[in-house]
Design a protein around this ligand. Sequence first.
Ligand code: BGC
Length: 754
Amino acid sequence: MDVKALVSQMTLEEKAGLCSGLDFWHTKPVERLGVPATMVSDGPHGLRKQDQKGDHLGVNDSIRAVCMPAACATAASFDRELIHKMGEAIGDSCQHEELSVVLGPAVNIKRSPLCGRNFEYFSEDPYLAGEMSAAYINGVQSRNVGTSIKHFAANSQEHRRMSSSSNADERTLREIYFPAFETSVKKAQPWTVMCSYNRINGVYASENPWLLTEVLRKEWGFEGYVMSDWGAVSDRVAGVAAGLDLEMPSSGGINDRKIVEAVRAGKLDEAKVDLACERVLNIVYRYLENAKPETPWDQEADHLLSAKIASECMVLLKNNGLLPLSKEDDVAFIGEFAAKPRFQGGGSSHINCFKTTSALKAAEGLKVTYAQGYSAALDTATDAQIAEAVEAAKKAKVAVVFAGLPDSYESEGYDRTHMRMPECQNRLIEAVAAVNPNTVVVLHNGSPVEMPWIDKVGAVLEAYLGGQAVGIATVQVLFGDVNPSGHLAETFPRKLADNPSYLFYGGEGNEADYREGVFVGYRYYDKKEMDVLFPFGYGLSYTTFDYSNLRLSASEITDKDTLTVTVTVTNTGDRAGKTVVQLYVGDKESTVLRPIRELKGFEKVALEPGESKDVSFTLDKRSFAYWNQQIHDWHVETGEFTIEVGQSSRCIDLTGTVTVNSTVALPKHYTMDSIFLDIMADPKAVQALKPMLDAISQTLTPIKDEESEAAQSAITEEMNMAMMQYMPLRGALSFGGSIDPKVLEELLDKLNQG
Ligand code: BGC
């Protein structure tokens, strides 16, 4: 379709109309020219295709669909191929249901465990979030339907989500809150991007030209259309100018009229409206020209795929040897989640499942008994329920308590206020563990919880919100049919107050200051050398792995080169299993504040018992760089970097070192206020100012006491240096001597001119 030609035939009113939705879920048609409406739908871990009467409360049911594991779980798989497969299945179902775009993935960073939508987001780490997101997008779009990566950007809280301003410096945005979007655009080119509700440093994302045009399109090369989150538009005319192409769901015609008026009044360039229409129509036709409504959607097959994915995501947090269980053992399943698992979160991603399989159902045929233990909906455990659970636990060899967060504890639309599990469930776990030393806890939750009972139980399996078939996966892992291989995509702090955003999270009124800067998640806990409950990247297996033979392709490179890092991994146990090889980079000495280590590579590797494989990673400039706010670009500071390879952020098996030389000289500007420390660190400045520095040094050097010179000179000079280094050039003048300020100024001018 020649979209440009099509747009050139439209009236201004028709074009303005195309800049907002027809209703909750459709783009507008232009009947006169034969342009049809196309439908978009939530996701992202299944379809929430609703009819015209859209809502987020489940009042109007969506179609029966398949609920795959939520992003909190899939991120823990650390498996790009797996999430690509999930994307393919979602893409096929979109084709079947005639959906042009699925609204996801959601990639906002988990700044605090409190964010109500953490269950939908991937990670506290931008590299991991970006890799998983790109894999998902590539999977969906391989089926010729689009994705809408969301919520762009810095939408890491639900509290006041439609008015709050996420205030962060550019470095923090570039290093932490942007890369998941950036990587996705560069590696997967999502058909659409959804801008967030919030403001960023005061400007609504929906009308932020820096965000939507400078960064997203000009820097990263985004080619699709930007749509607003549902109701995220404040000033539509400013939005069109800024690069917001499509307002969703619709403004009832009000904003369409405003666009027309603005163009007529000369306040908005019509070319911007044309561009928005072209971008929307490009995607409309990319879908239409590749639509395949005859694509089959085998929901039973997707149910099993969902189980398979869930089984690869579960994280074994603790195991004193209790797991895997034997199928011969008498096992008590305790807790309502065993029969009715919590497997998805609330809000716009809520799927109307065509079926669910609980662990209790999946364990049919095994020697499993059941006691309800508590009511999740009522958030209570009666004495009778606890007594029944204790009796069941006493009779069984192993007690498995299914616990976690009930629906009301975490959801889109609001944040949690604490990190605790329901008190009644903690009580139940304590009561069961008191009568049965073989107690296992299975957790269903979308974000970290405190575990006051951790030392009293033998094993803990984090199942997250694992989708409608989570029960199948849980039983497979508990009984050893699947060897767990998930690793945490987020730190579990011991308590909420340990979290770096604790003091500022939520903000004051509409101002949410991201004061912890780049020190989010393990970047903070590691720097602070803090004890955590479970670190980022952590996860146990039923087998063991050995990492050896770290090889770096060079010991010294420039920031234009790449470095290949290779490591040998071996399965040293007696079961097949998968390990997640994690590569972290750290700047050993830096003049800017940087984390100890940052994830820059990971690979999930399957190994038979005794088998070894070599795993290689390629690092480039970006792996070593930080965002320099002076040059507004990535920059590597010359020096040594650590290359750490391990099985979690706190389990580093191998460490190497590489020197990276920068090829970029940062611009420098010196004045009379420049201090000696900075001048002396710059050979160019030392050279240029040499005549003056000599004179200054003579003026400032203390007269030495001849008798004690040998004993004291070293200390005196050292102390002198330590004191003087912070003195500005102008300070030297006040000490008198032969320094001519005019000459000094001239030398500075010359130096600054290059
Ligand atoms: C959510 C989006 C969602 C949209 C449509 C918004 O409230 O923030 O994630 O895609 O609604 O349901």
